[in-house]
Design a protein around this ligand. Structure first.
Ligand code: ACO
Length: 448
């Protein structure tokens, strides 16, 4: 099969959100800490009528409808999520309701879990399936769905929530360059969820930042090596038109891009400008460990790479800044932002993708973008996703109401025998919502 990749996408995020400025004031954080310090604008969250299952039901249904795909045409369905609702029953099996209705129960695939990396694992599984001898000619479907919530404290403003559905097949406008993947996997305790009674993770914030940057360096080196071996020429970020990052919060994305530029400098890439070489010279002798701790290096690299960040990264930052960390969906929401902002000029260009999941697993890979054919074209994907419309029709909650919702959700997590308010007044028509969890923990959903 040629040009296997993403044919179609849709994204769903809760219409309920809180401005970071309001949260900052409520938390008593210094002004600008969340908006400039973390680089975030707004945070979306699930109220008691939404969860990762309802969001993914919505994303899958709307994708099938809006692109006119018959549910019988799906042969593999993979879900990436780190939001555990059941330790055995996969989210994929909940989504089977949509397909059973049409008489299609012949669908391979289950859930993949490792922090924010599960969506990428699911995506690779689907792409590999289409490229394999067990492919039966039907589409693959990947769903990334997460609700990122943190206990009160410095990590809370880095929450978010969303579900993304992606249709996988040959002749895709978003085609994988499968040969150039670079991965880095390792055993660390930077962010994990050992307490099965709580939705909140245990986070070593500082360690998670360093792990992310070390994984980025490692993946980038491997990606470059593979590219150079296969193409016979050096790779540098000048060969990527856009660089898309997993985005826990925007400040880390800014630092990450600068870090790639520093890598190019250390590898003596010809694309690094003379003025930048001068500015980075004083840091060339730093050891790896020292380089992760150096504030001066961070500042210098961000400064010399600023114009490249504006061109290659900024167009990918809209949804991650507006919605927050969407865990498995974060990287693909960043990519959706790129499609939203640049869809008419992307054909023929390359996007680099960096996926990171704490614990840790990470991969750098790339897409070759092509115009595609309706309905599977870049411009139609942007139209269907309607990012601007969805952002505009949100409802801002005051901080007190957000905190109250978080408290209620703490009680609801893992609970049984309750009915929700069934209040779907804020949800768009066609959105699924949770109505009841019965005495056997069975969950029931309705569609608005
Ligand atoms: N105005 C402007 N900037 C400010 C202000 C202010 N008033 N106050 C603080 N800042 C800056 C700080 O200088 C810092 O920026 P820098 O990194 O460029 O120095 C930034 O705001 C954050 O402040 P810190 O005090 O360094 O960190 P904090 O204790 O607030 O924690 C953290 C931030 C670690 C990101 C926390 O939110 C967290 O643990 N989040 C979850 C973990 C996470 O997302 N890790 C990333 C990878 S793993 C994953 O994807 C889950």
């Amino acid at each position: 099969q040629k040009n296997v990749g993403i044919l179609a996408m849709d994204i769903y995020f809760p219409p309920t959100c809180i401005q970071q400025e309001a949260l900052e004031a409520h938390d008593g954080a210094s002004k600008g800490k969340y908006t400039i310090g973390l680089g975030q604008d707004c945070l979306a969250f699930c109220t008691e009528v939404e969860d990762v299952i309802s969001m993914s039901l919505t994303a899958v249904t709307t994708l099938l409808e809006k692109y006119g795909v018959d549910p019988k045409q799906i042969g593999r369905l993979e879900v990436g999520s780190e939001t555990v609702i059941d330790k055995s029953k996969s989210i994929k099996t909940f989504l089977m309701q949509i397909f059973e209705e049409c008489g299609n129960t012949d669908i391979e695939g289950v859930d993949s879990t490792n922090a924010c990396y599960g969506g990428t694992a699911a995506l690779f599984n689907c792409v590999n399936w289409v490229e394999s001898s067990s492919w039966d000619g039907r589409y693959g479907l990947v769903v990334c769905t997460d609700s990122a919530v943190y206990a009160e404290g410095p990590a809370r403003p880095t929450g978010g929530a969303a579900a993304i559905a992606m249709l996988i097949g040959p002749d895709a406008p978003i085609a994988f360059e499968s040969k150039f993947r670079g991965s880095h996997m390792s055993h660390v305790y930077d962010f994990y969820k050992p307490n099965l009674a709580s939705e909140y993770p245990v986070v070593d914030g500082k360690l998670s930042q360093t792990c992310y940057l070390m994984a980025l360096d490692s993946c980038y080196k491997r990606f470059c090596n593979k590219f150079e071996k296969l193409e016979g020429k050096q790779f540098s970020i000048s060969d990527a038109d856009y660089v898309v990052f997993h985005s826990p919060y925007n400040k880390l994305v800014q630092k990450s891009f600068a870090r790639l530029y520093f890598n190019d400098y250390l590898r003596n890439a010809s694309s690094v400008e003379e003025i930048a070489k001068e500015k980075l010279g004083p840091f060339s002798a730093l050891s790896g460990d020292e380089s992760y701790q150096s504030r001066d290096l961070e500042k210098a690299t961000q400064q010399v790479a600023k114009h490249l960040y504006d061109a290659k990264v900024k167009p990918t930052t809209l949804l991650p800044k507006q919605v927050g960390n969407m865990y498995t969906a974060s990287l693909y929401a960043a990519f959706a932002s790129l499609l939203h902002n640049k869809n008419s000029t992307l054909a023929g260009q390359r996007a680099m993708m960096f996926s990171y999941g704490s614990g840790l697993s990470s991969t750098m890979f790339s897409f070759q973008l092509r115009e595609g054919q309706h309905p599977f074209s870049l411009s139609n994907i942007a139209t269907v996703m309607n990012v601007a419309g969805k952002l505009k029709s949100r409802h801002e909650f005051p901080a007190e109401k957000f905190v109250e919702t978080m408290k209620l959700m703490e009680h609801r997590y893992g609970a049984k025998d309750f009915v929700t308010s069934k209040d779907c007044s804020l949800l768009a028509p066609g959105t699924y919502y949770l109505t009841e969890v019965d005495s056997m923990f069975r969950r029931f959903y309705a569609k608005k």
